[in-house]
Design a protein around this ligand. Sequence first.
Ligand SMILES: Cc1cc2nc3c(=O)[nH]c(=O)nc-3n(C[C@H](O)[C@H](O)[C@H](O)COP(=O)(O)OP(=O)(O)OC[C@H]3O[C@@H](n4cnc5c(N)ncnc54)[C@H](O)[C@@H]3O)c2cc1C
Length: 422
Amino acid sequence: MYDLLVVGAGPYGLSIASHAAAAGLDLRVFGRPMASWRDHMPRGMFLKSEPWASNLSDPDGRWRLDEYCAGRGVAARHGEPVPVETFASYGLWFARNAVPEVDERTVTRVAPCPGGFEAVIEDGEVLHARTVALAVGVLPFVEVPAALHGLGPDLVTHSSHHGDLGRFHGRDVTVVGGGQAALETAALLAEQGTRVRVLVRADRLRWNEVPPPWERPWWQSARSPHSGLGPGWRNWFYAERPGLFRLLPRSRRERIAADALGPAGAWWVRDRVEPAVEVLLGHEVTAARPAADGVRLDVLDRRNGMVTPRCLKTGHVVAATGFRATRDRLGLLSGELRLSLATTPDGAPWVGRDLESSCPGLFLAGLMTASGFGPAMRFVHGAAFTAGTLVRGVRRRLRTGPPGAAIPAPGGRTQPAAAVRR
Ligand SMILES: Cc1cc2nc3c(=O)[nH]c(=O)nc-3n(C[C@H](O)[C@H](O)[C@H](O)COP(=O)(O)OP(=O)(O)OC[C@H]3O[C@@H](n4cnc5c(N)ncnc54)[C@H](O)[C@@H]3O)c2cc1C
């Protein structure tokens, strides 16, 4: 039985694996490394986060993005966006150097078993581990508005379904959403010759500002420090103090997790969107149905204080409508395990101070933990805090077992923790 099974090999899973290996844990890591970045983001995309805020985490801070870039004669400078291809290659380099061997197979099921967990791999192999870290990222949580649910995948896709937008060359596409994914997807589509429009529910677009220079007079830095989530003390707190964030009152944490750093376009995509893309503000899709050559969208136009129904025809809809990390979407967990997890009011699984769920030994990472630890958990920057904290939690769990509790076992049986510890 392994000490730890890491499910997921994106920035969070790889960072956790690096810290766990350095701590001497006997572990396995599963997942196609950097799959979200290699297969689910369009070529030509750039990172919104600064290069220095886009590091995966190893305990010595050795395998950083700037090191990777320097070795290849590429710049990783503040204020210069990093291409997604560079970041994906950096993640693979990190995996080769800072992590024990990654097994690229998918884990299809995790269930409780005496002493820990049983994991089934895609080819039927079964493994056992005392603890599990779920770092499955954003893809299990794609959010598509209910109005679009009736359309098949030839007519509607989520923005994360496209590593390549080439199939839309010469076609007519409507992108729904007002954040970076919607705006950058629309810019890339327009640049390749797709007729594209963006439907935005809000009455205006928000754009991030050009970041202040790295070197500044001290008083400017004191007034608005740099942070991994952007300049300013508020962002600094979210980025650099996730552990303190968790001590805020629950309702405040959840409000911040839902609203802070909401949809906004990067400063460098603005010039590519404004002249080239039709943006329909105050437009909400209420229904959609297949039509000749594509889709008919019923929308409400809420501009100028009036509500006007409109109908739009398009060849394909791309829902750039984000992700919602709820417990119920964790289809990888057995029904018994999933339903046993306590949730927060927004439906996300609850996590304790070292990212352990309400099931002893099951640890969570990334987007799922944002209502507990704040907006940093939605970005690569949060991986450093998560990896250190989570691995400390795993070691504590391995040392102590579930305090005064029993490890759940299949069929309603339970087994005292002490009886199953190594
Ligand atoms: C379009 C877009 C742009 C973004 N830009 C930025 C940015 O500029 N900066 C930033 O900080 N963040 C950005 N993000 C957020 C980004 O997704 C997260 O910061 C980061 O990817 C989270 O890392 P992760 O490891 O949690 O998840 P992911 O990167 O999604 O990795 C999850 C991994 O888990 C694996 N996996 C999933 N399920 C299983 C399974 N059952 N078995 C085995 N493996 C499994 C996947 O294959 C994948 O490799 C962006 C997100 C999107 C959608």
